[in-house]
Design a protein around this ligand. Sequence first.
Ligand SMILES: [Zn+2]
Length: 172
Amino acid sequence: MSNIISFNGTELSDTDSLIMSNGGTDVFINVLALSGSALAQAESEKRLAVYLSEKDQSAVGRGCVGFDIAEMPWNKSTFENDKKFMIGVINGARNKIGWEKLDYSPNTIIVLQYLDIFESLINKMTAEEIKEDFLIKWLSEASMTDPVNRGFPRCKRHNTFLTCFGCQICNS
Ligand SMILES: [Zn+2]
């Protein structure tokens, strides 16, 4: 069982996809959540961090959290900033931001491999590729009690943004 992050679903290939084991996916999302929650300032950045943390296999299902880069909640008006933010989040994860909050030690070699491929996929993203209806749909599906609609509360233990499923790190 695995989860696949691809650039967009119509271009599936081994060189264009990040294929992760289920256990590796939990770690990958843990480290991005820690880095993203530490670095996010603008609302659009917080949304991207929450979106990644929603890839929570304890809630969605093991092997059920793959997604396309082009379908992340990008926004054309803030895209260049948000893309830089995502690269910063990846670098933060490389620098182990927040790892001291984990009760285990991630396998650095595997995490770095995943981060390298993820970075190449993010680097491919352009404003032209944005599916604007995805952000609208994602926000419209969030209930009024969803964290994205009530000021982005954080986990007290991990200081990471909560999602509609709670804290992805506590859950995993
Ligand atoms: Zn937590």
